[in-house]
Design a protein around this ligand. Sequence first.
Ligand code: SF4
Length: 376
Amino acid sequence: MRAMSLAGAAPRRKQSPVITASEPTGPDRGERPAALLAWYDRHRRILPWRPPAGVPADPYAVWLSEIMLQQTTVRAVGPYFEKFMARWPSVKALGAASLDDVLRMWAGLGYYSRARNLHACAVAVTRNHGGAFPDTEQGLRALPGVGPYTAAAIAAIAFGRQTMPVDGNIERVVSRLHAVEEELPKAKPRIQELAATLLGPERAGDSAQALMDLGATICTPKKPACALCPFNDGCVARLRGDAETFPRKAPKKTGALRRGAAFVVTRGDQLLLRSRAAKGLLGGMTEVPNSDWLADQDDAVARAQAPALKGVTRWQRKAGVVTHVFTHFPLELVVYTTQAPAGTRAPAGMRWAEVATLADEALPNLMRKVIAHALD
Ligand code: SF4
């Protein structure tokens, strides 16, 4: 994951020698920006959105990759990035696409509000900026779906602005380098300040990408390869021997389990689908009919929300449940199936779709799991 979830649970803290962040952290402190860039020049990752060394980055590719990488791994993003670039090679092309097409192409990547914002942003850049991204952090932040991190990343990587975007990888490197004891998210301003000291007078985008790469490949959540790190001489956490315990994190609050029912109706080779409301969780995505998702959901109440279909009286309850974890709550769905007679009309707001073409539908992973469970 690009975000903080990379770090996983913090291991038990070891007894550490008394070395604190307030002490000088090595004779090379002022040389760190140059050391970081020298490391990057030798070890930079080859990524689909990253041009060869010395070639200016395409702002569209930088923006697209940064949106896709939010909460998502580099490995998962790669194929989606390639697909989007092949179909919509410019922000103008993406801005001219329909939201439905974008959602369909995004299906499976998760966090679907990103896809809606992606489309809204492409439209805004096309209409309000003539198809050219603003080249300042402030201008970028005014765009839909572009928060402080993404604005700084685009400003640095695409436009060479002197700013340091701080993602989960960078948080880890910097919090270890200085043994930042304060817990995240409170520690963010301090980490941001310390990260900015790793910027040299030029190549801001490379400095940011170097830190990202260092966090992803060397300063990993478990077993960091400190011997290969350009900062190993002065890294406080390494000297104390407790690098794996950083960054410190406030305990995560997870929401209560919600429960509900999903209804998979087949009619020959077709399946009953509908679209979710445009706003809210999984907004605009495709789904099979389903009940409310509530913490205290009663099975009978959920079951009673099955779609009314002429000629359908019997539903089979599939053994087991489908589970899914959203950012704020885990979900459990009981799945009911039935076969509708030929000619059964879809209820208002629903439609029949060929099972063979489901891959082209904007079905989120949760619904793909439900359908797979039902048709198993
Ligand atoms: S020395 Fe080790 S812990 Fe410190 S920044 Fe480098 S890889 Fe991370």
